[in-house]
Design a protein around this ligand. Sequence first.
Ligand code: GLA
Length: 458
Amino acid sequence: MATNPPKVRIEIAANERLQNLKKAFEKKHGESPLFYACAPGRVNLIGEHIDYCGYSVLPMAIEQNILAAVSVNNSGTITLANTNPQYNDYSVPCSGEIAIDRENPKWHYYFLCGVKGIQEKFELASLAGMSCVVDGTVPPSSGLSSSSALVCCAGLVTMEANQKSLSKVALAEICAKCERYIGTEGGGMDQSISFLAEEGTAKLIEFQPLRATDVKLPNGAVFVISNCCVEMNKAASSHFNIRVVECRIATKMLAQARSLDSSKLLKLAQVQTELQASLEEMLTLVDEVLHTEPYSWDEICKVLDITPDQFSTELLSANTQHVTHFKLHQRAKHVYSEAARVLRFKSVCDSEPAESIKLLGDLMNQSHASCRDLYECSCPELDELVDICLKSGAVGSRLTGAGWGGCAVSMVPCEKVESFLQAVRTAYYLPDPRKAAMEKQSLFVTKPGGGATIFLEE
Ligand code: GLA
């Protein structure tokens, strides 16, 4: 059944954060907000860099979110402000093309991605005027999806301000698509969990069609997030899109080797579907077809029988034109093996064998090794942090989100949480004054939170 995001009546005075945001809004705009909307960040437990290949992932929403206070007016303008003084005010007219500057991924462009997504969905020549003040608690550039939470919050705000109605699934799909205006070709996990999350449960997110299934996590362990304190902004670098492109090229090469019509296939999962093969068989196919040395433009063009011009326009993105070599074997190996680990993780959670915690921990550790060695999306600080987490009592630990910095997620038996936190604090944060200063917001226990919500004052 298609359900819409919940609308909840709430006593603002009873919630300190909402109350502070209301005051900030009134100070800025001289009126009270009409409504509030929030969208959570997420932690991905397993299934990294496979959503854009068509495979299922297993995230949960976190408590940290992006919250906006909004009023609607006839000013003909959308005015954005942020409670964090680091982020400047911005305004755009309600009609005409909304321009998103990819070269310069400032906070308000993420918001405008969400606005633009709704404008296009309903083909609105002119949007309702609105004033918004945004307050975020998701640490930025840390792999916890602060950017997608902002896009999702903006999509929800714009829908409500323009008196439109959309299901959670439709909103998730619109927001996944419109976030690409900022230039990164993400796969939809972040936006899906932001809308489809439910308190108390992680979710298996499947694509095409998009759906979310509850995954009950074992009782005896908790998940702890730790930030390695290296910032990674995926829109400001090309690492992310290089991986997307490598997977797309690997798709074409595998399809070609098995005489499939490669022109129609863009995702590694589509090759599996076409061949009606198991993930195990796909892993064997990768070994048979792809070599481990990086591929040059020349070799790829020869195999696929395309011109360098076609390669550049049809397979590469704007920010990957400079890349000369592509590691296809390693990336495809990661994707098919990670897709299998997600399914195993889900089945362990469903069947709850006596050794669940150990089995899930092993899968997380294998996932990290694959991200580090085959997908090369870790960094030395994240690897060091993951090692420290394991030595401090975690049964499993891995990078979460895009990687190249940001956070690790660790599974820790309940009885070891306090000693774990203390040991990680001592080994990773305290020795470095910069990390020590960030420790409070960088090391915390998390549990599955709820999805995006609209609040109205009681
Ligand atoms: C980012 C993207 C997601 C996903 C992850 C890696 O968060 O937005 O779609 O690809 O990276 O798993």
